[in-house]
Ligand binder design. Sequence first.
Ligand code: GLN
Length: 186
Amino acid sequence: MRDKKHIGVLALQGAVQPHKPHIEALGAEFRAVKTPAQFAEVDGFILPGGESTTMLKLIDRFDLWDVLADEFSKKPVWGICAGSILMAETVLNPTQKSFGLLPMTVERNGYGRQVDSHHCAVDGYEVSLIRAPVIKNLDPSVEVLARHENDPIWVKKGQFMASTFHPEMSLVFPSPMHKAFIDLNA
Ligand code: GLN
């Protein structure tokens, strides 16, 4: 058992580096990870926001699907926006492959286009919804931690957490969501 948690942010594409100050403010170590050897060394994964289709292409191209699925079965995972899409059981608009870690359906770009991106407050903390998915058909076994306009935007089940918003863009460290994720790793 080491003294510091090592949190791996999947670094194939998307908003990776902005997580560093949040993770370090919690006394954990930030790791940008993209190889099986790096995956094996971390205690939990953040699947960052970005473009889920691009991430899927890179996962396939580098043949990372099976090793990631195996890692996710053993460690806490937090998917943010595109990352939450990768975690869903079913993806709509259009349908695409996903790891099925959380029993929910997500509709990609469910709030509209880039211009419809906006900020909102969750637990008094400013977060960003950037071409975010909308969570639909959430299984009752999944706990809803926050809603926006009535839709769940932050959910958790067991070692898995997903948020359709980005908290890492706010410059107040750490965000309550990073704290909740580190607590999941406890
Ligand atoms: N619209 C992106 C997708 O479908 C997600 C956007 C984001 O991660 N901010 O993958």
